[in-house]
Write a protein that binds this ligand. Structure first.
Ligand SMILES: Cc1ncc(COP(=O)(O)O)c(C=O)c1O
Length: 407
């Protein structure tokens, strides 16, 4: 019997409910009775879930959410939700310690670095970093390769002198500098860059070497997506809502000697030292987010850690960019090939109207969150750690079909 072609079912919520527990079958009869070999629904647990390409908050592993669900009313058999227990309790100490250990293990954090959980988003880090590390006699060197790097400059400039030593603005933020291409200032307190620009879809594929200058890196959208050498950085920070879990907590990995750099008159709550001295709890932390972050680290370990997940991430990105490249210009990638992000694939169709139609039809086919950032337009498909390979395989089929009908 000839195999039925791969197709992506048009899904709507009523349809999911109708097929109910059969949602895990790979061969489904669509409404018209035509056989499908594959469908955007995979597995019973996914029966209420679709493929979510959102840039953040982003998709999380279903298994991890199931685990959180199972413990929602009674975390670790305590009879209380994690959101109901005191952050000063032994139970929460254990939860926080687990999250910290998870990050330490996943990133192989050396002993002379501290792992801190801070609120205020990665955006607060844009100013908290200069508040702590920028000496009034010096400037900070910033490399700007996209939207977030530009915002970092804007915020840091409220605190001190910022030197933009590289800006990709002229090339429409489609590229990143090569190693050694940027000249740094002699008197810089530190160098700041963004390893992956979430909006523009450009990523460094190397750790920036700034000689003797401390390197500070915003890894909000690619932390834990591949192995890194923490020792190449003085400070790494990342908002959690992509590869680390939910929004509401930022992970800061900071070399211990930097903890004493803050000026004496800086309010304690804005110093890294306050978080380091108080196990990330100078005030009430986001207990729920920290708990989920610990579960996310468990899940990552089950995927083989950053080494394991990198292989999957590379395969997902390869499939996506291949679909763009073989479309003969119907899909136009935004980033230069050498700077293409493994996490945020940005492209556009021949007209804004087709972009909109693509997003709309994608949604109908079970692919959500494809609309590009408001500042760039086009399409953005974010394929963070938790985005399944299967979803990408189905999506590239959808791309080919859309091109066939509209190209
Ligand atoms: C690279 C990068 N930096 C900073 C931010 C800002 O994060 P937040 O909204 O948590 O402040 C984002 C958010 O998407 C980001 O992608």
């Amino acid at each position: 019997m000839p195999k039925a072609p791969y197709r992506v079912c048009i899904l709507n919520r009523r349809f999911y409910r109708n097929i109910g527990s059969n949602a895990n079958q790979t061969r489904l009869l669509a409404a018209g009775g035509r056989p499908w070999r594959e469908c955007a629904i995979v597995g019973t647990k996914m029966s209420e879930r679709i493929y979510n390409f959102s840039a953040g908050p982003a998709t999380m592993p279903t298994e991890m959410l199931e685990r959180a669900k199972a413990e929602f009313l009674s975390v670790r058999g305590s009879g209380m939700s994690v959101m109901e227990i005191s952050h000063r309790s032994k139970l929460f100490d254990e939860i926080l310690e687990k999250a910290e250990k998870g990050i330490r293990a996943a990133l192989k954090v050396p002993n002379n670095y501290r792992v801190l959980f801070i609120q205020g988003g990665a955006t607060l880090q844009f100013s908290m970093i200069p508040m702590n590390l920028l000496s009034p006699d010096n400037s900070a060197d910033h490399i700007v390769t996209g939207h977030w790097g530009a915002l970092a400059v804007e915020e840091a400039s409220c605190i001190g002198d910022i030197n933009v030593v590289y800006s990709g603005g002229e090339n429409g933020f489609s590229d990143v500098p090569k190693q050694g291409e940027v000249r740094f200032s002699q008197n810089a307190s530190y160098v700041h860059y963004t390893s992956n620009e979430t909006v523009d879809g450009v990523q460094f594929d190397y750790a920036l070497d700034a000689g003797a200058l401390p390197v500070v890196c915003d890894m909000s959208s690619d932390i834990l997506s591949r192995p890194i050498d923490v020792e190449k950085y003085a400070l790494i920070y990342a908002g959690a809502q992509k590869n680390l879990g939910p929004s509401g907590v930022v992970v800061v990995v900071i070399r211990e000697d930097l903890l004493d750099w803050a000026p004496r008159r800086l309010p304690k709550q804005l110093t890294y030292k306050a978080y380091a001295d108080n196990v990330s709890m100078p005030n009430t932390p986001n207990t729920w987010a920290i708990y989920l972050l610990g579960l996310m680290c468990d899940w990552l370990e089950e995927q083989g850690g950053t080494e394991g997940i990198e292989k999957v991430n590379r395969e997902k990105a390869r499939l996506m960019y291949e679909a763009i490249d073989k479309s003969d210009g119907f899909y136009k990638g935004r980033a230069k090939r050498s700077a293409r992000s493994l996490m945020n694939v940005t492209f556009s169709l021949p007209t804004p109207e087709l972009d909109a139609k693509f997003v709309e039809e994608g949604e109908k086919n079970g692919f959500s969150g494809l609309k590009g950032h408001r500042s760039t337009g086009g399409i953005r498909a974010s394929i963070y750690n938790a985005f399944p390979l299967k979803g990408v395989e189905l999506f590239v089929d959808f791309m080919a079909e859309f091109e066939r009908k509209n190209g």
